[in-house]
Write a protein that binds this ligand. Structure first.
Ligand SMILES: Cc1ncc(COP(=O)(O)O)c(C=O)c1O
Length: 387
């Protein structure tokens, strides 16, 4: 790509966001955030017990159509607990894409699980059902209804597809394949609140799904996460283990297993309640930003990561694809020097020292994308909300 094109891309960001430094994604607190925080402080319920936590859970359940939502301190904790509840035990293998944020894989490690890295689709950046099927056919042996990796002799307990940057992956095909092999699916929907396949919300396809409300996400609680599921028993277990496994009692401290102090504090949930009130409008604004980028990119011949037909992205982070590593690096330098924040996609997790020994399938598309994908500024522009 020529420097002229780099200029056009950064100018497009400037046309949307104006002059001065442009961050990649900034949070917006223009609704009831302050009021709800003050309400929370006034109530003295600032920690993990309080009505804002249950209200925030209800907001997420209603919005996504999930039967249950359980709030957690962050998305990583949500994923960890979801994996445990999906049946991942120490020494089990978990199928996961290598092209994702480190937290996806760390959550597997926290359960004692061992990641096996599979390739992604070039168009969605999410787990490739083609790669999954190839792996299952070549490496899996069924024993008493459970999938075992013939090479390692370990049980394959779960699969974690990720909806990258808000773009839904081919989740229905992934679930169908995993079902056929008795493998539980936990959807990493950390980045995809407001993203759909048809009319069904991402995160509701698997046995459990997990969201993140980190400060860089579409809506934020400062730090926070959520487990969603339609399964009554799993929902009950999720609440129990994220609240130190305390057995309800008016004053005695009885805990019936090793639980976690993972429940979202009321203060953070207060932010979440206010943010949820703005979510539909925020999604419209984000769709408009994406439209403004793509209109000009198509004319310029810049390749952009579009949502698959039949799916709707929340347009959390816009992403473009460069011709190769050199081209990508030149653009990263050009744009960041110009005060327009851009970031490369993550390094493949199997290239990091702690995951270097994990099995992988060659990761052809992942390696191709690793060298080429860059995120460009994607916030809600200043003043975009009508008050
Ligand atoms: C794909 C993905 N998975 C998991 C997480 C973990 O979420 P958190 O940062 O809230 O722990 C994030 C976000 O940070 C993410 O982008």
């Amino acid at each position: 790509m020529s420097e002229q094109k780099f200029k056009h891309i950064t100018e497009r960001s400037r046309a949307i966001y104006g002059q001065g430094f442009i961050p990649l994604h900034r949070p917006v607190f223009e609704g009831n955030e302050r009021q709800y925080l003050v309400d929370c402080i006034d109530s003295n319920f600032v920690s993990s017990v309080g009505e804002k936590v249950t209200e925030f859970e209800r907001h997420i359940a209603d919005f996504t159509g999930a039967k249950h939502a359980i709030a957690t301190v962050n998305g990583t904790a949500a994923l960890q607990v979801a994996l445990q509840l999906a049946g991942v035990n120490r020494g089990d293998e978990v199928l996961v894409q290598s092209l994702t944020f480190i937290a996806t894989c760390n959550s597997i490690s926290y359960t004692g699980g061992i990641p096996v890295f599979l390739d992604v689709d070039q168009d969605t950046l999410g787990l490739s059902p083609t790669a999954l099927e190839k792996f299952l056919k070549a490496h899996v042996e069924m024993r008493h209804g459970q999938a075992f990796n013939k090479g390692t002799n370990r049980r394959i307990a779960a699969c974690v597809p990720v909806h990258i940057f808000g773009n839904p992956c081919r989740i229905a095909k992934t679930i169908a394949l995993c079902d056929a092999y008795g493998i539980s699916v936990v959807e990493d929907a950390a980045e995809s609140l407001g993203s759909y396949v048809g009319k069904q919300h991402t995160g509701t396809f698997g046995k459990l799904g997990a969201f993140s409300f980190n400060g860089n996400k579409l809506i934020t609680t400062g730090g926070g996460g959520m487990i969603i599921t339609d399964d009554d028993e799993l929902a009950h277990r999720a609440k129990h283990v994220t609240t130190t496994a305390k057995v309800p009692h008016p004053y005695e401290y009885v805990h019936d297993e090793i639980g976690y102090n993972y429940r979202l504090p009321n203060l953070n949930a207060a932010l979440g309640c206010a943010q949820m009130e703005r979510l539909p409008q925020m999604l419209e604004i984000k769709a408009d930003v994406a439209r403004r980028y793509t209109q000009c990119f198509d004319d310029m011949g810049v390749s952009y990561v579009h949502a698959l037909s039949g799916t709707t992205s929340n347009n959390w982070l816009n992403a473009i694809i460069f011709d190769g590593l050199e081209d990508r690096n030149a653009f990263l330098k050009y744009s960041n020097d110009a005060g327009v924040m851009t970031r490369p996609i993550w390094r493949l997790l199997n290239t990091l020292s702690m995951y270097a020994d994990c099995q992988h399938d060659g990761l052809e598309n992942s390696r191709w994308l690793e060298d080429r994908v860059v995120n460009i500024p994607s916030s809600v522009p200043d003043g975009a909300f009508d008050h």
